[in-house]
Write a new protein. Structure first.
Length: 84
């Protein structure tokens, strides 16, 4: 059952997708919520795992339809474990 759900999510575009544009912009698709939003740290919860973005002057824009744009000087990105 779990394998079938994973395949269905991939086919339906429900997987988490991260687009990185240099070190100034990052878009996360299928974001469930913003956990932390500071100038140096943004933490997001996606459908699959938490995402942590580090940098300077970070701002969150366009939180709509499960998509989030983070802009600023991005210095790091970490992906948490699935199910957390």
């Amino acid at each position: 059952m779990a394998g079938t759900m994973r395949r269905l999510r991939k086919l339906s575009y429900f997987e988490t997708c991260i687009h990185i544009h240099g070190n100034e912009q990052l878009r996360v698709e299928n974001c469930r919520r913003i956990l932390t939003c500071h100038e140096v740290l943004v933490r997001l919860q996606t459908r699959d795992f938490p995402v942590e973005i580090r940098g300077r002057g970070l701002r969150v824009y366009d939180y709509q339809d499960g998509s989030v744009l983070v802009a600023g000087h991005i210095t790091g990105l970490s992906l948490g474990e699935e199910g957390r």
